[in-house]
Design a protein around this ligand. Sequence first.
Ligand SMILES: Nc1ncnc2c1ncn2[C@@H]1O[C@H](COP(=O)(O)OP(=O)(O)OP(=O)(O)O)[C@@H](O)[C@H]1O
Ligand SMILES: [Mg+2]
Length: 454
Amino acid sequence: MSAILLLGTLAAMTALHWRLTLLTLIAFPLSLLLTRKTRNHSQRLDRDFSSILEAGQSYLTEFFPGMRTIRAFNAERHEEARWQDWLVRHRSIRAKAMAFHEMIRIVLPETVNYVAAGLVFGYGALEIVQGRLTIGSLVAFAAYLPRAYAVLQSLLGTQVNLQEARVNAEKVDALFALSREPSGGRVLPPSGTSRVRSAAGATSYAGAALAFNNVSFDYGRGDFGARDLTFRVEPGEFVGIVGPSGAGKSTIIDLIMGFYAPQSGSIALDGIDLQELSLTSLRDQIGLVSQDLFFWNDSIRRNINYPRAEDDSGAISEAARAAQIDEFITSLPLEYRTVIGERGLTLSGGERQRLAIARALRKHPKLLLLDEATSALDALTELKVRDAFEKARAGRTAVVVAHRLSTILNADRILVIDQGRIVEIGSRDELLTRRGLFHDLYKAQSFDLPAIAL
Ligand SMILES: Nc1ncnc2c1ncn2[C@@H]1O[C@H](COP(=O)(O)OP(=O)(O)OP(=O)(O)O)[C@@H](O)[C@H]1O
Ligand SMILES: [Mg+2]
């Protein structure tokens, strides 16, 4: 349709003055040439824009499941900086892409039109002076020009719809603001500095003391979470927590981490009430290996080092050795640079646990919290994880939620939890002679436990 219109217009123009018509047509190859020249740059901008969108999307899909890990590692600022960095890059790429597309869509054809019109009028004026064209013919010719160029523009028109691809980045900004926890409060000396050197020269750590005083907590839907819990964990002590599924074991871990605050009673770390303690300082003391492990879709090195930017490979492999995962990592072709895939899914259960222990140890925590994963491990893997843990807890306080009793057989004391309450407390042997819940759990799993006279 527009081609027919164009032909008609050109025929009328040629009838008036064929040389001027030829000049008018200069705009066509000129536009084509410029469009072609700018195409590569335009495609590059489009690619940059879609890859930054992809980066933002994959970050967000990791961010929400990773929230606990982010908090446990005091990495809120680190993550916020990462997001801000993304926002800045996103804005700048978007601005560049939009400006360029607008230029191609509007500025470029307009300029070509003006240049061509200028040429037509300049040449037309010359023709009039030389008596080969009348003013009336030039005016009539000029009347056809806009129509010819309008057709041209619609033929070459570049429609860029950037708006559709735009994500509402400001909304995510608001989410960061919402999920911010209260800051402030008392600060304990950073746990990494609390190393003490023994006479023999070996490095050890002073463990933290933990105290629960009549702690009660419910999730607000009528369920119990924790009911009137009172217990102490002395510096350097190893305390195991066992109980049926849903008993409230992970809830205790979450309360220690400050993910939830008790509705009544108090929890103290090194004698300071958690209410008074800064959450950052609290989490700085604790190495958490949670029941539901989360890793970033990034290299092993960065996952262990999380969220530090500086790359201290000595400290990273020291943590990996202590967690007995160093040998496995160095057996991989890319070693510490191996990318482990979203949520660490390219690793086995035992490897994931040992990697999480390494990550926790990289903090040099005074208190190690381990919430054992429920997924089954084979006997050999289980032994490896247990060895890793035994080594990791040396010189620290350790609180371990166990589903496999073998994990906590060496514990100094064991808390048995049922329906949010402590129902038994004592050493393994004390609990076995009581013949209570622990005894039942023990009997149920006794096939893979050492024979102990009951
Ligand atoms: N975020 C939550 N919101 C509401 N209820 C919860 C929440 N987390 C846990 N609960 C409930 O609190 C109770 C204790 O849960 P918790 O996760 O502490 O159990 P658990 O002893 O760790 O169990 P498991 O051995 O299966 O890990 C359960 O009844 C559970 O359904
Ligand atoms: Mg649990």
